[in-house]
Structures are given as structure tokens and as C-alpha cells.
Design a protein around this ligand. Structure first.
Ligand SMILES: [Fe+2]
Ligand SMILES: [Fe+2]
Length: 267
């Protein structure tokens, strides 16, 4: 354990949360402030305002009429979705530079998948589900930026040899992406549910938020590159088939929605 703490101390330079997200989260937490304050935060940043409007007008949200003002956008989608949009827009530079394209796309696909399923099962809030899915692997950016070559080796061991990524990371870095991600979530003062999902999405039964962790755990599997819908003996496929129908159709649906967001966000 002390060895793990030593390694955590070596990661002292955890990145700061993008300022605009911090301000948005503060507004959301404060019962005294509302849509107007959140609108001010967005409007203050020209690039962010443009991006928010582009996203709200995209087919991902599917509004019939053109939305041209930030207050109108917030009133249509709600504060929590607006916060999630700010999060995805503001985190993109950090995720793509420190995590790479694959991790960025994985974050969006998992977010979209979690939101979509949460809307159906109605036991996890869809906006929480989106944020949890989006940030679940945030610890990977820390490990990867600490030693990219070593991290890529760890990942390919996990993918090619089917090794447990948590075990591989611990043997390479003395810490895994869930622990270091949870430290980052704590530093960023992210909601406890999000911190818990980051910490336990590979071990949902240990979490005090079992359902959101299970949701991310299942979607994480469903959106991965080497997903095999014909692997009937796989317990994930069995869970998905019994609860949500054909896994392949669900995956295709998630990917087509995620691709809309990815295209809009990369413009
Ligand atoms: Fe993970
Ligand atoms: Fe993941």
C-alpha cells in the first residue's frame, strides 16, 4: 500500500480542471444560481458559445427549430445537459492531447451509450450517466502522460493477450487508472457518484453506487473495438440481450449517435 502511495505522490502534477468547467459546476451546485448564471459563463467564452449552439442544433438533440441564443439553448436542454456539453467541449483538448484520439472517442461512445441506456432503464439519471461514461477512464490520461510508451505497452498487453488491464497497470505503474482517476476526481471536486464510477467501473460490486458503475461497466464492454456479438458465452452479451435486446443493434445505435457528437466536436 505504501508503495502505491509513493507512486501517487509522484503524480503530484495532476492537471488542473479546465476553468470553465469549474465555474459551471459551481453554478450547478449553488441553489441560488440558475440558468442565467450558467448562460453568462458560456457567453463569456466566444468559442464555447459557438460550439454549444452548434451542438444543440445538431441532430443529436433533434430540435425542430434553429436555436440561436444561449439562454434559449439552456432552457430547451436544461442546466445539467448544458453542463455536460461544457464538460465535453472543455475537456476535449486535454483528453485528445494527453489521452489520444482513441481514448477521446471511447469517452464519447461510453457517454452516449450510458445516456441512451439510462433513458430506458430509468434507474440512473441520464445526465449523470453521460458524465460518468465520459469521465470513467480519465485516470488513463494521467498514466499515459506519465509514460506514454509504457502505457501503450500495458494497453496492448491487455488487448492482445486479454490480460486484466488493472493488473497490468499495477505491475507497470504500481497504480491503476481507477485509483489515479479517483484522485483526480477528488482534486477536481467532482460529484461523489462520478468519483465512485471512476474508481469502481471495473469492480462495480465494490461500489456504493452499484447501478451507475454496472451501467458504465457494461457499456464500456459494448463499445470496445474487439466486441464480439457472436460470443454467446460472454456474460456481458447475455446481460445486454436479456435487458436491452440485440447487442449489435444497440452498439450500432450508440455509434451512430456518438459519431454525430464526435463530428460536431471536432469541427
Ligand atoms: Fe476503465
Ligand atoms: Fe473504458
Amino acid at each position: 500500500m505504501s508503495e502505491m502511495m509513493d507512486v501517487l505522490n509522484n503524480f503530484k502534477e495532476l492537471p488542473a480542471m479546465p476553468n470553465v468547467i469549474m465555474r459551471a459546476l459551481t453554478v450547478i451546485k449553488n441553489p441560488e444560481s440558475g440558468a442565467k448564471e450558467l448562460g453568462n459563463i458560456i457567453s463569456y467564452d466566444q468559442a464555447l458559445s459557438t460550439k454549444v449552439l452548434t451542438l444543440v442544433n445538431s441532430s443529436y438533440y433533434g430540435f425542430a427549430q434553429q436555436i440561436s441564443s444561449i439562454p434559449r439553448a439552456i432552457s430547451l436542454i436544461g442546466m445539467l445537459k448544458a453542463k455536460n456539453i461544457i464538460m465535453t467541449v472543455a475537456m476535449r483538448p486535454m483528453l485528445t492531447s494527453m489521452g489520444g484520439k482513441i481514448l477521446w472517442e471511447h469517452a464519447i461512445k461510453t457517454a452516449v451509450g450510458c445516456e441512451l441506456i439510462a433513458k430506458r432503464i430509468k434507474t440512473v439519471d441520464p445526465d449523470d450517466a453521460f458524465m460518468a461514461g465520459f469521465l470513467h477512464d480519465i485516470g488513463k490520461i494521467i498514466l499515459r502522460s506519465y509514460d506514454q510508451k509504457l502505457y501503450d505497452r500495458a494497453e496492448s498487453l491487455g488487448k492482445e493477450k486479454g490480460a486484466d488491464i488493472i493488473e497490468v497497470e499495477r505491475s507497470f505503474f504500481k497504480v491503476d487508472h481507477c485509483i489515479i482517476g479517483s484522485q483526480l476526481a477528488q482534486r477536481w471536486q467532482l460529484p461523489i457518484l462520478i468519483n465512485n464510477v471512476i474508481k469502481y467501473h471495473h469492480r462495480p460490486s465494490l461500489s456504493s453506487f452499484v447501478l451507475p458503475c454496472l451501467l458504465v461497466n457494461v457499456v464500456d464492454y459494448l463499445v470496445r473495438d474487439n466486441f464480439d456479438e457472436n460470443d454467446k458465452g460472454n456474460s456481458f452479451n447475455a446481460i445486454i440481450s436479456s435487458k436491452f435486446g440485440d447487442p449489435k443493434m444497440l452498439r450500432d445505435n450508440i455509434f451512430s449517435k456518438a459519431n454525430i457528437l464526435l463530428a460536431e466536436l471536432s469541427r
